[in-house]
Design a protein around this ligand. Structure first.
Ligand code: KIV
Length: 277
């Protein structure tokens, strides 16, 4: 059985810290699932770390569904959340419902995530009313990067902090089961976490959230273009991959790979018959 949203909500009551990671492919999702991580987000960050776009804005539903299917195939226990791409839930409630349903029916996800607070609260309510669990996302919302003027910490003035608190309350009232807080000052994250009854999952939001999420490519040191301040590299896969590729090139060029161990044999007399034929 997969983790259910009520188990995630109960973790807040029990003060059990919630661990969440992103995944975009079968093999990585399998490793994350086997490690016991309860929440896996197929984040639209895949636009940057997998597809090489310079923001999450170009990511399409087709790309998200394609990767969600792979992650679902790699997992047995984790709750898989599909990240709704830019403009797939703003144009109308029926568009939002149709796209959320695609994540469930075609992608096989168990929940969706979308960015925004008060502004998307009615949409969240309608999606939840249709039986689709929704995770909110406030603070730095990367799909609004041009409106926000860059990847900046949000909620630093009293007015902005008050707006974020209202956004969190609106999502809670709309029926969201959890909220991602991205690039929110630690004291404000703490206040939001203490104020609402649903779990907060932080990224660059300090230690007092109910849980933490990281982009898997940042955590593994795989995304070499830049390292966000909030990320900690638990491995250096980019360097390991560079070294492995260099070793492979050297061995192929020198003839030391492949060896007999990597090759198969046959009765060579058959080849002689072929040559003399
Ligand atoms: O797309 C993503 O990976 C995200 C996380 C940073 C929460 O939204």
């Amino acid at each position: 059985m997969r983790v259910a949203i009520n188990e995630i909500k109960e973790m807040k009551q029990k003060k059990e810290i919630i661990v969440m990671l992103t995944a975009y492919d079968y093999s990585t999702a399998k490793l994350i699932d086997e490690a016991g991580v309860p929440l896996i987000l197929v984040g639209d960050s895949l636009g940057m770390v997998v597809l090489g776009y310079d923001s999450t804005i170009p990511v399409t539903m087709e790309e998200m569904i394609h990767h969600t299917k792979a992650v679902v195939r790699g997992t047995k226990r984790a709750l898989v959340i599909g990240d709704m791409p830019f403009m797939t839930y703003h144009t109308s409630i029926s568009d939002a419902l149709r796209n959320a349903a695609r994540f469930m029916q075609e992608g096989g996800a168990q929940a969706v995530k979308l960015e925004g607070g008060v502004v998307v609260a009615d949409t969240v309510r309608r999606i939840v009313d249709c039986g689709i669990p929704v995770m909110g996302h406030i603070g730095l919302t990367p799909q609004s990067v041009h409106q926000l003027g860059g990847h900046k910490v949000q909620g630093k003035t009293p007015e902005a902090a008050e707006r974020l608190l209202q956004d969190a309350r609106a999502l809670e009232q709309a029926g969201a089961f959890a909220i991602v807080l991205e690039l929110v000052p630690a004291p404000l994250s703490k206040l939001i976490t203490q104020t609402i009854s649903i779990p907060t999952i932080g990224i660059g939001a300090g230690p007092d959230c109910d849980g933490q999420v990281q982009v898997i490519s940042d955590l593994l040191g795989l995304f070499a273009d830049f390292v966000p301040k909030h990320a900690k590299q638990y491995a250096k896969l980019a360097s390991a991959i560079r070294a492995a590729i260099a070793d492979y090139m050297t061995e192929v060029k020198s003839g030391s790979f492949p060896t007999a161990e990597h090759s198969s044999t046959m009765d060579e007399s058959l080849l002689e018959e072929l040559v003399h034929h």
